[in-house]
Design a protein around this ligand. Structure first.
Ligand code: UDP
Ligand code: MG
Length: 327
């Protein structure tokens, strides 16, 4: 079956831009991206993925696609989250090199030529952009991100680079490799690391958002962090086993101690407060462990359902067809 974009003009570079309620920055974003891409002079496509926005971003992007032949817009049927939006972009990108970039201009498009130059000169398959600086983000978010990246790289069996976001260039073979990964829960940074391939890092300063506000609330980030940890490491399960062993051993030792003391003629200590403390402590640990286990079981449950990772509402790409074949 021919793919819907079979008859589009071939491209070398694809830029994937996930956008969720980004109407405030879209125009500026497009202008800057376009300027940079025109300057490079290779055939390119700008692949905007509208992740179920409800502020008119989707309509604006569809309009762009009908005006600018370099623009293709994929509209998802609802908000599936950034990871799914990127997946949709990767599935539809056609370039030999694919660049992922945020719509909010925190990742400056002006760095794309440097990424390309590095791709050509080093021959690496992945050019990962590492943040030197995160301006415009609260110290709390920076602190949490710092801790999270370090924790994750300790836990997982293969290195997941720290302070590296989704801003990166991927060669065609990496994109194809990622497309073969079947999982539903997609912690992208982990998947990028898992597929491996020679990677070159470039340091950059992350800018504050050009306009609008971050789509990640505190709980969204906690969810992403949990997803990252549970998709890439079973170490927390081992910790819980270890914790269980240690508390059981401590309990047994304490019991033995009391028996010995009673045998020596000391009256049994009256211990309402201490038993209450022990009970709540152990109860807490048990609930925590069950919750953690549930987290992994839930992950299995989601995977077994085998639902699609996103649904496409419509695609805007008519302007990209050669004139003879336009409907
Ligand atoms: N985004 C998305 N779907 C979502 C949330 C975010 O496609 O459900 C996009 C968003 O439009 C932006 C990028 O992901 O282009 C990064 O989001 P944001 O700037 O809110 O995250 P932050 O930079 O604060 O981590
Ligand atoms: Mg941002």
């Amino acid at each position: 079956m021919p793919l819907p974009f079979d008859d589009l003009e071939p491209v070398v570079l694809s830029v994937i831009v996930p956008a969720y309620n980004e109407i405030a920055v879209l125009e500026l974003c497009h202008r800057r991206l376009r300027g940079v891409m025109e300057g490079i002079g290779l055939p390119y496509e700008l692949l905007y993925v509208d992740d179920g926005s409800h502020d008119g971003s989707g309509e604006a992007l569809m309009a762009l696609a009908s005006q600018d032949r370099h623009v293709r817009t994929i509209r998802l049927s609802r908000n599936f989250g950034k990871e799914a939006a990127i997946t949709a972009g990767l599935d539809h990108a056609r370039g030999e090199a694919v660049i992922l970039i945020d719509a909010d201009l925190q990742d400056p498009p002006e760095l794309i030529p440097d990424m390309l130059a590095a791709w050509r000169s080093t021959g690496a398959d992945v050019i990962a952009m590492r943040r030197r600086h995160r301006s415009g983000e609260s110290w709390f978010k920076r602190g949490c991100a710092h801790l999270f990246y370090r924790l994750l790289s300790r836990l997982s069996e293969f290195p997941i680079p720290e302070d590296t976001g989704d801003f990166r260039l991927l060669s065609r073979r990496v994109v194809d490799a990622i497309k073969r990964l079947p999982e539903r829960s997609r912690y992208m940074k982990g998947l990028f690391a898992w597929v491996g391939f020679p990677t070159h890092e470039i340091l950059y300063d992350r800018e504050p958002r050009a306009a609008g506000h971050s789509k990640w609330g505190f709980f969204g980030l906690v969810r992403l962090a949990l997803e990252g940890v549970t998709s890439f490491s079973a170490a927390p399960l081992r910790w819980v086993t270890g914790l269980g062993l240690v508390t059981a051993a401590a309990g047994a030792a304490f019991g033995l101690f009391i028996v010995l003391r009673t045998l020596q003629g000391h009256p049994a200590p009256s211990g309402y407060p201490s038993s209450m403390a022990m009970m709540t402590f152990l109860g807490g640990i048990q609930l925590l462990s069950v919750g953690l286990l549930g987290e992994y079981v839930g992950r299995i449950y989601v995977e077994t359902k085998q639902r699609p990772r996103y649904l496409v509402r419509d695609m805007g790409e008519t302007a990209g067809r050669p004139a003879s074949r336009r409907e």
